[in-house]
Design a protein around this ligand. Sequence first.
Ligand SMILES: [Fe+2]
Ligand SMILES: [Fe+2]
Length: 502
Amino acid sequence: MAESLREHLVAYFEEHHTLVEAGALQLLLSNHQPLLLSRELVEHRVEGSPFVTVEMVERALALRAPPRPSTPADLRSSARPQDVRVEVPFELIREGFIGPPVASDPLAAYTALFQSRYRSLARLLRGRPELPNLRPISGLRAPDGPASIIGLVREVRTTPKRHHLLVTLDDESGSIDVLLPHDSPAARMTFLSDEVVGLRLQFSREPGKIPRAVAVERPDIPAVRPVGRAGRRRRAIFLSDLHIGSRSFLAESWGHLVDFLHGHGPRAEIAAEIDHVVVAGDLVDGIGIYPQQERDLAIADVVEQYAELGRRLSELPERMTIVVVPGNHDAVCPAEPQPALPTGLRSSFPPNVHSLANPSTFALQGVVVEAYHGRSFDDLIPAIPGASYSRPTEVMKRMLAMRHLAPIYGDRTPLAPLPRDGLVIDPAPDILVTGHSHTYGVDRYRGVLLLNASTWQAETEYQRMRNISPVPARAAVVDLSTLDLVTLDFSTGDPKPAGPAG
Ligand SMILES: [Fe+2]
Ligand SMILES: [Fe+2]
């Protein structure tokens, strides 16, 4: 574990063009929140300084000053050169939501959001050999030869006659139109509005001609990266879309899940290794979410729905850490990132529940999990040719390539104008889990395990109308030491391993 976490931290700093001193790394590894501290060091690093020193780590530790017996000096003296790491079962790394918008003028607030997005993603793209001679857009000069830019996609059009792609991009210095000839490989890619891409450009010798993009570079997950692995075999189970309060809540299947987790019946040996439960949103069915929803509700009061959720969560073994994030049916502001549930609504939750924002990044036994409900599927699926609700993991791959969960502004997913873009995917996770589609999907992309967790709600009239066929009562059980996975189907009292698709 110590080794794999060490590699993980080095790779994280490397991706952010930061070098970490050996002593500083040692200090981080001996702390109980190494991933959180590393993120803070990268984010609050003095601009221009490529180093993380022992002093910087000590300062960060002093600032946190938790009521713990250890001071930085104690940690250093007690840190043995090898195997200093005590495996922490749960470490919160970041919540997407960071408090309400500060700017009162919405235009200024959204400008700050997009600036934050641009800066976070440009930071990942800068310095790559694929983007030589990187220039601010306003600094491009036509006869200079090849040059590269990093831009936020503002508009994508197709030219009427030749069907070339014409993309308008902005950076902090200006904007530019770039042509992608219809027969070039780059033109076969889909560009989504408000995603951040790097482009290598070729200028024509003729003055006034639009530059051509000859290569496209996305922030993406590094092709080679160490994967955080737990040092011993413990497991996590991934669920989503409980929709407590709906008439279609699958109480019987939930009962089978509860029995299984308590070790009753078959596959008790797997259940005994499960320490964590993650629920990726739509915890309750809510009220007034879609037309005439009241006909589908068994509990018509939202406070009562959360009280029932508390009872359901209390049925799970107390020893398990339960992480929940809200979704679009939950009683928080629908704009994303969504805050965690207000305290009033979680008063009935058992003490082993961590109620977090949507999205949130946390580590389970050192394995980095990004949990996002998945509302942006509603925008990304229509925008990406060939994408569908039945294969949500294909869209999740695209999220990782963009390093963003919900880039499109002004469509079905409302974006909260926060000063920091909490939908940027950073750090790169080991597991990305979503829900919302009510289907079930498992895939892998560049070492990241993709899970679209299933639902505990049967098909509703509204879904039938919209042609959504749910795949309910499946759960992914992941071995955190290997990232191997078993899918269990809880439709019956004998949870059977099931295929990911059906
Ligand atoms: Fe849902
Ligand atoms: Fe949803």
